[in-house]
Write a protein that binds this ligand. Structure first.
Ligand code: HEC
Ligand code: HEC
Length: 202
């Protein structure tokens, strides 16, 4: 029994160590990204269209890096050139670094709360908008294994831009058009409310 516990202890220590070693390596590779995404992964006060990467699911981050570089194209002039500075074999460690950091929460203005919460939890039966909670989870943490990203704490401006890009089909790297099909049913008012609401989820 004691021997088994010791083996377990060694395995746990080893996996903690190897995880932080990967994240630490990722930090050295991510220096060029800090200007916009922050060394702490929480973006920058200079521009709220630069998303937070902190706490985002690592597999989702890797997918976005691949899509910016190789497709199915996620088109953004800044990121399409920035990602060229990173080797493909460093995607996983850079993602592990940002994913390991805590995301800062936003406060939600009362005028967005009610509509945002309703849409998030129950969707909109009239416009047939699916409830976001089904995929982005109760606290906005997403479902890493299914490829559903976290939304909690994200900048409202960035979220609104993504929803409008999906709606206009200028962002089209979502498999099976899952987000394009949700966003095309949403009004501008709904996009604004939900974009603010998710920033305060936790
Ligand atoms: C000059 C600013 C800038 C720099 C530097 C930068 N990015 Fe970005 N990044 C952006 C912008 C803007 C977006 C959002 C693009 C959009 O609207 O679709 C973005 C989006 C992303 C996303 C997608 C996030 C999500 O939630 O879908 C990832 C991942 C990412 N960047 C990784 C990186 C990495 C890795 C580096 C360093 C090699 C980097 N970025 C450097 C501006 C920048
Ligand atoms: C059936 C599952 C599903 C539902 C329902 C859903 N989403 Fe998504 N969402 C996804 C997936 C999958 C992605 C990632 C697409 C990709 O790989 O780029 C995503 C991405 C997003 C993004 C981009 C995140 C980023 O960091 O760039 C936003 C914003 C978003 N969803 C908002 C919403 C909102 C708001 C709702 C509810 C009105 C919603 N989603 C409902 C599956 C879903």
């Amino acid at each position: 029994m004691i021997k088994r516990l010791m083996v377990l202890g060694v395995v746990v220590i080893f996996s903690l160590f190897s995880f932080s070693a990967i994240a630490a390596d990722g930090k050295t590779k991510a220096v060029a990204c800090f200007a916009c995404h922050g060394e702490d992964g929480n973006g920058s006060a200079a521009n709220k269209l630069w998303p937070k990467l902190a706490s985002q699911n690592a597999a989702y981050l890797v997918k976005q890096m691949k899509d910016f570089k190789h497709g199915p194209a996620r088109t953004d002039a800044t990121m399409n050139s920035m990602i060229m500075t990173l080797a493909d074999e460093d995607f996983a460690s850079v993602a592990a670094y940002f994913s390991s950091l805590p995301v800062t929460r936003m406060s939600v203005d009362d005028k967005f709360f009610e509509l945002g919460q309703k849409l998030y939890r129950a969707g909109d039966t009239e416009r047939k908008v699916t409830a976001c909670i089904a995929c982005h989870a109760a606290k906005g943490e997403g479902m890493p294994a299914a490829g559903f990203p976290a939304l909690a704490g994200q900048n409202a401006e960035y979220i609104a831009k993504q929803l409008k890009d999906f709606r206009a089909r200028t962002r089209k790297n979502d498999s099976n058009e899952v987000m394009r099909n949700v966003a095309k049913l949403m009004s501008d008012e709904q996009i604004e409310a939900i974009a603010h609401y998710v920033g305060g989820l936790h």
